[in-house]
Ligand binder design. Structure first.
Ligand SMILES: C[S@@+](CC[C@H](N)C(=O)[O-])C[C@H]1O[C@@H](n2cnc3c(N)ncnc32)[C@H](O)[C@@H]1O
Length: 297
């Protein structure tokens, strides 16, 4: 599996899934600002920064730092950004290690960094207006993430956490319901070893309950929240864009995760994966993952 191609193939799936109501609220919150300091953690190949650059509501002066722990992702993001922003009508130039993207009145300076999010957040003394964590919080401890985000945010800062996984994985059709349930339980247990397979709901309660001491807590901690489920299915026998590749990768990830749990016979896991790959090849597989988008103060 090529992880950079997987992240790129994920873009159209995310485009469909993102919760418009949560994004509208983000846009409302930013409308009065003419300057914005953004930090994105777990930025992958830089898909989110270009998605935001396409939005009409982004303020005119933006500094955007996008970091990822994997150098290969960051290298790929540096290659993709000029191409994708030029396609959006931006003039792009390099200024040291930054990209300066200009279009009309808007000027966005983007810097990519290879770093661990928690180490970076602990070390930085620059306040941030908007912290973006797209498909990230489920990979870590949501309580640690929220505490680190809040420590870095300016007093009126916001954390935008779209595509936060929340414990439901569906592959259709199902041949053996009992086996499928065991396999997916094992997959979710594996996610819990390094992250949190129920991160969406946990972040929701943490953000609502937390932050009382600094006067921003109570129910006001969450400005908007809503579902952003991935749903991938074929039409006219084929999947859109590069989504067949996305599905093959998801199948491989589930297979690898379940295998490493050693709770299910290896042969049966291989059979499951092989049947799923075949179903993708003929456009039969439907895949759903339950996720939440959150906008947190
Ligand atoms: C599921 S991917 C999402 C990437 C991107 N946000 C997107 O949606 O296309 C999660 C990303 O977080 C990065 N990551 C995982 N742990 C990290 C950490 N502790 N600090 C920074 N990045 C991390 C991974 O390398 C990966 O690129």
């Amino acid at each position: 599996m090529n992880f950079q191609r997987y992240l790129s193939a994920k873009r159209t799936v995310d485009d469909r899934a993102l919760n418009r109501r949560v994004e509208d609220r983000l846009a409302d919150e930013l409308r009065e600002r003419d300057r914005l300091r953004v930090l994105e953690v777990g930025a992958g190949v830089g898909t989110t920064v270009t998605r935001l650059l396409a939005r009409p509501w982004l303020p005119d002066r933006v500094t955007y730092t996008a970091l990822d722990i994997e150098e290969r992702n960051v290298a790929s993001a540096r290659i993709r950004l000029p191409v994708r922003t030029a396609a959006l009508g931006y003039a792009v130039r390099r200024a040291g290690d930054r990209f300066v993207c200009s279009r009309g009145q808007r000027r966005v300076e983007v810097a990519f960094r290879t770093a661990d999010a928690f180490e970076f957040l602990a070390a930085t003394d620059e306040a941030v207006d908007l912290l973006v964590a797209h498909a990230f919080v489920d990979l870590v401890d949501p309580a640690d993430a929220l505490a680190a985000f809040r420590d870095t945010l300016a007093p009126d800062g916001l954390a935008y956490c779209p595509i936060t996984f929340d414990s439901e994985t569906i592959f259709e059709p199902v041949a053996d319901a009992e086996f499928e349930e065991r396999l997916l339980d094992s997959f979710h247990s594996h996610l819990d070893r390094s992250g949190d397979s129920r991160a969406g709901r946990h972040l929701l309660s943490l953000a609502r309950d937390g932050g009382g001491d600094d006067g921003v807590g109570g129910d006001d901690g969450i400005l908007a929240a809503g579902g952003s489920d991935w749903l991938v299915r074929s039409r006219d026998g084929g999947y859109p864009a590069d989504e067949a590749y996305f599905l093959h990768c998801i199948t491989e990830m589930v297979e690898g995760a379940v295998r490493s749990e050693s709770a299910i016979d290896d042969g049966r896991i291989s059979e499951w994966a092989s049947r799923r790959h075949d179903q993708i090849d003929v456009g039969e597989l439907v895949y759903v993952a339950h996720q939440l988008d959150l906008l947190i103060r």
